[in-house]
Ligand binder design. Structure first.
Ligand code: NAD
Length: 448
C-alpha cells in the first residue's frame, strides 16, 4: 500500500457519527480534532464522557485523550488548519413538513470555508451526514466557495461519504463496515479520500465504491428505506399472524430469513422502527421524491405502517385489560433499540402519549435512557429505578425495547410484583409456552 502521510482528520459535530469516527481514527494512531458548536457537549467530550451511551466508545475516547491524539477544540478553524481532511457529521433533522433541514450543514460549510481561506495546503471536505441527492453539489460546494473565496477541485477537494453505522454497535461498524461509498466531486478528491480509507482499514479493507456525489447521497437513502421496508413488511405480516390461531411471526420470519435472497436481518417483528435515522430519512426521501413529481408509494406505506405499529401495543393492552383509565401500565424500555440511550422518535414515545390519552398511569424503566428521557420528555411518567420496580403494582406491562436485562425476567417475577400479571411482549422476547399457562400474555405477531 502506498504510504500516506496524513497529518490528521477533523470532524464537525461530536454526535454518534462524529465522535465515533474521530475516536476510531485515533485508535488507529491518527490525530483527530473534533469541534461541536454545543459547548456543553464539547466539554463533556473533553472530560472523557461521551454525551450518549455507545458500547466501547468511552474507553476509546479516554485512550485517545490520554495519548493526546484526540482533541476536542473550541475552534473549527484550528481543527481544519491542523488536519488534511474534514468530515461534516452534523445533524440533518426533518422540518415540520418532513423535508430535510440543511441548516447545520450550511452553517458548517460556511465555517469550514472561512478556515480554508487561511489554508494553503490541499484539504478535502467530506460530507458524512445523510443529505438528499444534490445537497453536496448545490448547497455545500457554493457555501464553501463563497466563504473561502476558493475553487472546488482546484484549491480544495470535496466528497460525500455516507455513514452506515448502527447505534448500539457504532464502533464495531466503523472498524468493520460492509462497504465504503465515496461520492466524489472530481478524481483528485476521490483519490485522496480513498487513500485515507485504505490507510485506515489496511489489508482488510472493505470494498470501496466510487461514484458521483449525488449517487453517494442516494445510496444512503435507498439503503435506509430498504431496511425500513423490511421492518414494516414483517410488522404487516405480524399483524396478519396475530389474527390467525397458531401463527407466530417469529417462526414465519425464520422460515423466510433462511432464504439467502431474503436474509434474516431486519425481520424481527415488533413495535416499529424509531431512532434518529430511519423515520427522518424515510420522510426526507418521500419529500424529495414528491419534489421531483413522483409519489413513492412503497416508501409512503412503509412510513404509514410504522406510524400505526407502536399503537398496536396499546390496542393489545385495551383488549386484555379493558379500559386503561387509572390503570398502572409499566413500560420496559424507552430507547428505540437496545444498547443505546437514544430515545429520538422511539416507539415508546407514541405508546406513552397514547396510554396517557387513555387515562393510564405510566411507569417506565430503561437500562440506559433514563436521564435522557427525564431531561427531554414532558410527560407525567413515573421513572422507575429497575425493571422490578417498574412492574411493581402494575396492571399491565409492555415490553417496548428488547434489552438483555428484560429477557432474564421470568413469569414468576411478573406474578410476584404486578397487581394483575398481564404482559404484552412488544418485541417477542419471551417464550409463549413458558408464559401463557401462568399469566395473561400477548405478543406482537402471535396468534391465539
Ligand atoms: P447528532 O445529533 O448525535 O450529532 C450532531 C452534532 O452536530 C451535535 O452534537 C450538534 O451539536 C453538532 N452540530 C450541529 N451544528 C453544528 C455546527 N455548525 N458546528 C459544529 N457542530 C454542530 O447526530 P448524529 O446521530 O451523529 O448524525 C449526524 C448525521 O449522520 C445525520 O445526518 C444522520 O442522519 C447521519 N447518520 C447518523 C447515524 C446514527 O446512527 N446516529 C448513522 C448514519 C448516519
Amino acid at each position: 500500500m502506498e504510504f500516506f502521510n496524513l497529518r490528521g482528520v477533523s470532524v464537525v459535530g461530536t454526535g454518534f457519527v462524529g465522535l465515533v469516527t474521530a475516536t476510531c481514527f485515533v485508535d488507529k494512531g491518527y490525530v483527530a480534532y473534533a469541534y461541536d458548536s454545543n459547548h456543553e457537549k464539547a466539554e463533556m467530550v473533553r472530560s472523557g464522557r461521551p454525551p450518549f451511551y455507545e458500547p466501547n466508545l468511552e474507553s476509546l475516547l479516554k485512550k485517545g485523550l490520554e495519548r493526546s491524539l484526540f482533541k476536542c477544540v473550541n475552534s473549527l478553524e484550528e481543527a481544519v488548519l491542523k488536519t488534511d481532511v474534514t468530515f461534516i457529521c452534523v445533524g440533518t433533522p426533518s422540518k415540520a413538513d418532513g423535508s430535510i433541514d440543511l441548516t447545520y450543514i450550511e452553517t458548517s460549510a460556511e465555517e469550514i470555508g472561512k478556515a480554508l481561506a487561511k489554508k494553503s495546503d490541499y484539504h478535502v471536505v467530506v460530507v458524512k451526514s445523510t443529505v438528499v441527492p444534490g445537497t453536496t453539489q448545490n448547497r455545500v460546494k457554493p457555501q464553501l466557495e463563497k466563504s473561502s473565496h476558493k475553487v472546488t477541485g482546484k484549491d480544495f477537494g470535496l466528497c460525500m461519504s455516507p455513514e452506515f453505522l448502527k447505534e448500539g454497535s457504532a464502533v464495531n461498524d466503523t472498524f468493520n463496515p460492509d462497504r465504503v461509498v465515496i461520492g466524489e466531486y472530481d478524481k483528485k478528491s476521490g483519490d485522496f479520500l480513498e487513500k485515507v480509507f485504505l490507510n485506515f482499514y489496511g489489508e482488510n479493507s472493505p470494498p470501496i465504491l466510487r461514484m458521483n456525489l449525488a449517487s453517494g447521497e442516494m445510496v444512503k437513502y435507498a439503503s435506509n428505506a430498504f431496511l425500513a421496508t423490511k421492518i414494516s413488511f414483517i410488522n404487516e405480516i405480524a399483524n396478519i399472524c396475530e389474527r390467525v390461531k397458531g401463527l407466530d411471526v417469529a417462526e414465519i420470519a425464520k422460515g423466510m430469513g433462511l432464504d439467502q435472497r431474503i436474509g434474516p436481518r431486519f425481520l424481527q417483528a415488533g413495535l416499529g422502527f424509531g431512532g434518529s435515522c430511519f423515520p427522518k430519512d424515510v420522510k426526507a426521501l418521500i419529500s424529495f421524491s414528491q419534489g421531483l413529481g413522483y409519489e413513492p408509494q412503497i416508501v409512503k406505506s412503509v412510513f404509514d405502517v410504522n406510524e400505526r405499529q407502536a399503537i398496536r401495543a396499546v390496542e393489545l393492552a385495551k383488549q386484555l385489560v379493558g379500559s386503561l383509565k387509572d390503570k398502572r401500565v409499566a413500560l420496559l424500555g424507552l430507547a428505540f433499540k437496545p444498547d443505546t440511550s437514544d430515545i429520538r422518535e422511539a416507539p415508546s414515545l407514541k405508546i406513552i402519549r397514547n396510554l396517557l390519552a387513555e387515562g393510564a398511569v405510566v411507569a417506565a424503566y430503561d437500562p440506559a435512557a433514563m436521564s435522557e428521557a427525564e431531561a427531554i420528555l414532558d410527560y407525567p411518567v413515573e421513572y422507575a429505578v429497575s425493571s422490578l420496580d417498574c412492574i411493581e403494582r402494575a396492571d399491565c406491562c409492555i415490553v417496548v425495547t428488547e434489552w438483555e436485562e428484560f429477557k432474564k425476567l421470568n413469569p414468576e417475577d411478573f406474578l410476584a410484583h404486578m397487581q394483575k400479571p398481564v404482559v404484552i411482549d412488544g418485541r417477542k422476547i419471551y417464550d409463549p409456552e413458558k408464559f401463557r399457562g401462568k399469566l395473561v400474555y400477548a405478543a406482537v405477531g402471535l396468534g391465539e
